[in-house]
Design a protein around this ligand. Structure first.
Ligand code: SF4
Length: 341
């Protein structure tokens, strides 16, 4: 199997070994000779990860903690779904602007939860509570979850689970490309697979340790071929410099590669935003990175989790929304724009 990400070290929380899936994984990793350790919890990983905060941050992203998801109360997830599906936390990517900087702090260990069956049973409870309405779950709210697949099979299990659930749907967004495990699964059209893409210059400059645009598009074509409901997340949109030209070129490239038979898919567009906490962290870890985070040029607004975000000014967001709606409709008349924020 093609593996997209392999950690430098793996820690297990003791409870993870109470699960057959956890014990099997431990033995497998032991055989493969990966550096293994135990930790009481992801908050207490004891290992020297480097000489500077930046080294520690980047090494933490190569450190996987296999744990048990204890609190099974799911968070809400607007605007893309009703609830988050907590299969994992964190991401091995090093996007400078990453929204996880606000929530994961300076030691953003990757966490994959071994109690996949319990998490999915809980999802079933949420579905039953809302019947006969459909309930939608987002698998990528606090993580780019493809990295967990070789360890917990969490994404595959979720896709199969929702394939059987008449009143539940699963959504998943990724920048990563190890999609082979999902191509033959009985998804029954109930998992909406979205690829997060951006213009090549943005990817090169800000989306470190993630696949190139071309590799993401190649993976996207495999997912389309496998019959999944499909979409693109254009995020974050940087409305700076000649942004119209940059994003027109990207839309043209999409129009060139999408197979003619594909008429219906979705777009979700998210303009760049940041929190004060993320700004402090990014400036401490990557001083002088050049990422535009000048609060004086942004509009401050409170979000659903109680902290504020700095957005582009309303007039610029409106102008960009008009631009993207027009240009997307022109090239992809069968597509749906789920939201522009
Ligand atoms: S791929 Fe997504 S979750 Fe991962 S670092 Fe980049 S922005 Fe963050």
């Amino acid at each position: 199997m093609k593996i997209g990400f392999w950690p430098a070290r793996v820690f297990f929380e003791p409870e993870a070994l109470n699960y057959a899936r956890g014990r099997k994984l431990y033995q497998l990793l032991e055989k493969r000779g990966i550096s293994l350790g135990m930790t009481a919890s992801h908050n207490r990983v004891r290992v020297n990860l480097g000489n500077s905060e930046r080294e520690a941050f980047e090494e933490a992203k190569r450190t996987l903690v296999i744990g048990v998801r204890r609190g099974l109360k799911f968070q809400s997830c607007k605007p893309s779904a009703h609830y988050q599906l907590p299969l994992a936390t964190g991401c091995p990517g090093l996007c400078r602007y990453c929204y996880l900087q606000t929530t994961l702090g300076r030691k953003p260990y990757l966490r994959a939860y071994i109690n996949v069956e319990e998490i999915l049973e809980r999802a079933a409870d949420y579905i039953r509570q809302r019947e006969p309405e459909e309930t939608v779950f987002e698998g990528a709210a606090v993580s780019d979850p493809l990295f967990i697949e070789p360890f917990t099979d969490g994404v595959s299990e979720a896709i199969k689970f929702f394939g059987e659930e008449k009143r539940g749907r699963f959504r998943l967004a990724t920048k990563f490309t190890a999609v082979e495990p999902f191509l033959q699964l009985p998804h029954r059209g109930r998992t909406h697979f979205r690829f997060s893409i951006n213009a090549p210059d943005i990817i090169r400059r800000w989306e470190h340790k993630t696949p190139s645009l071309q590799r993401r598009l190649d993976a996207a074509l495999k997912i389309i071929e496998a019959g999944y409901p499909f979409g693109f997340l254009l995020a974050p949109l940087f409305l700076e410099g000649d942004w119209r030209k940059r994003y027109l070129a990207l839309l043209e490239q999409l129009a060139d590669i999408l197979p003619g038979k594909m008429t219906s898919f979705t777009f979700e567009l998210i303009t760049h935003r940041f929190t004060a906490k993320a700004r402090r962290q990014i400036e401490a870890l990557y001083p002088g990175s050049g990422l535009d985070m000048d609060p004086g040029r942004r509009q401050f607004r409170y979000g659903q989790f109680g902290y504020g975000k700095y957005l582009y000014p309303p007039s610029l967001r409106r102008e960009a929304e008009d631009f993207f709606r027009r240009e997307i409709k022109r090239r992809f008349p069968g597509s749906t724009m789920e939201y522009f924020i």
